[in-house]
Design a protein around this ligand. Structure first.
Ligand code: NAP
Length: 313
């Protein structure tokens, strides 16, 4: 039998946006409940050093998230290890149903479900996922000690992954579709100085080549984006780092979205198209997508929810 709980503010998601909303909503005496989701701590738990979190010259991503969780808890936020599988937002109180069968009713909801790594969608990428193809260097880099690795992409994630993978790999080849990286200049400097990293410009992944039994990667075929010429790069691991897409499955047919699926909020606020539903962090932000901006939006969402609840009474 499912159990029911009521809360003034339900927070869904446990990245910087969710935990910051938890801190602020707790301090507003709203006794929030936060449902952590499938990956407690979010994307920062799959990174290593974070060097742009104010107050910490360098902090490990997973450690930072443990501290944020402890902070929210210490302020009075109830943190639940469960996954919201369904939201009913037509009338108030809103209803959230979790994987465990628990149901939560809430006067206001803060959505902070973040974003997930994108894939290219190639059949061979799918075939070798988990058998040489990965989107998480910190999770899987260790398996490629002494091997050659390819990284696809040109943003912060791709460059950070390439740098991190040099801890294990004999060689890392970064494949980028243009001749200019999107990554921060400080990361680019480190990349170009690293003798283990070679960058191949104007190329994209065409196919992952490997064996069937056992399943494993042997090389990648890449295509020149200017003249279509194909070539092969030998490697045992392929890390796809081509950006992230907002995790909007719960609400994509209910709330207004824009810019390729990001939840639309009223400019300068976290208010979505349904009064009482607020969105913060990577599921609404297609521009900045930083831990610190997500945390800022989590704060805004808690303040917006507090105001909404006060005005509804
Ligand atoms: P991103 O900045 O969107 O970069 C994605 C990269 O993948 C781009 O270089 C893009 O190429 C390439 N790409 C996209 N689709 C592709 C395709 N189909 N085939 C080949 N290449 C493709 O994504 P991200 O690196 O994951 O970063 C996401 C956000 O998180 C950013 O705002 C970033 O600043 C932030 N972030 C910050 C840190 C940090 O501060 N330390 C670390 C990680 C991420 P083009 O350049 O040609 O478009």
């Amino acid at each position: 039998m499912s159990d029911y709980h009521h809360t003034k503010v339900l927070i869904i998601g446990s990245g910087p946006a969710g935990y910051t909303a938890g801190v602020y909503a707790s301090r507003a005496m709203l006794s929030p409940i936060l449902i952590q989701g499938i990956e407690p701590g979010g994307q920062l738990t799959t990174t290593t050093e974070v060097e742009n979190w104010p107050g910490d010259t360098e902090v490990q991503g997973p450690d930072l998230m443990v501290r944020m969780e402890a902070h929210a808890k210490a302020m009075g936020c109830e943190i639940i290890g469960d996954i919201v599988t369904k939201l009913e937002l037509k009338s108030r109180p809103f209803i959230a149903t979790c994987d465990s069968g628990s149901k939560y009713t809430a006067d206001a909801i803060i959505l902070a479900t973040g974003a997930r790594a994108k894939w290219l969608g190639l059949p061979s990428e799918e075939k070798y996922k988990g058998f040489g193809v990965s989107a998480c260097a910190t999770c899987d880099g260790f398996f490629y000690r002494g091997q050659e690795i390819a990284v696809i992409g040109g943003g912060n994630t791709a460059v950070e992954e390439a740098l991190f993978l040099t801890n294990f790999a004999s060689k890392v080849t970064l494949i980028h579709r243009r001749d200019e990286l999107r990554a921060e200049k400080i990361l680019q400097d480190r990349l170009f100085k690293n003798p283990k990293i070679e960058t191949i410009w104007f190329h994209e992944l065409d196919e992952v080549i490997g064996t069937d039994s056992p399943l494993g990667v042997e090389a990648i075929r890449i295509k020149n984006t200017k003249n279509g010429k194909l070539s092969e790069v030998p490697c045992k691991g392929v890390f796809v780092a081509i950006g992230h897409a907002p995790a909007t499955e719960l609400v994509k047919d209910i709330l207004e979205t824009h810019n390729g699926g990001y939840i639309k909020v009223e400019p300068g606020t976290t208010r979505t198209s349904i009064p009482g539903i607020f969105a913060a962090g990577d599921l609404t932000d297609h521009i900045y997508r930083q831990a610190v901006t997500s945390a800022g939006m989590g704060c805004m969402a808690a303040l917006d929810a507090e105001k909404f609840i006060a005005e509804s009474n």
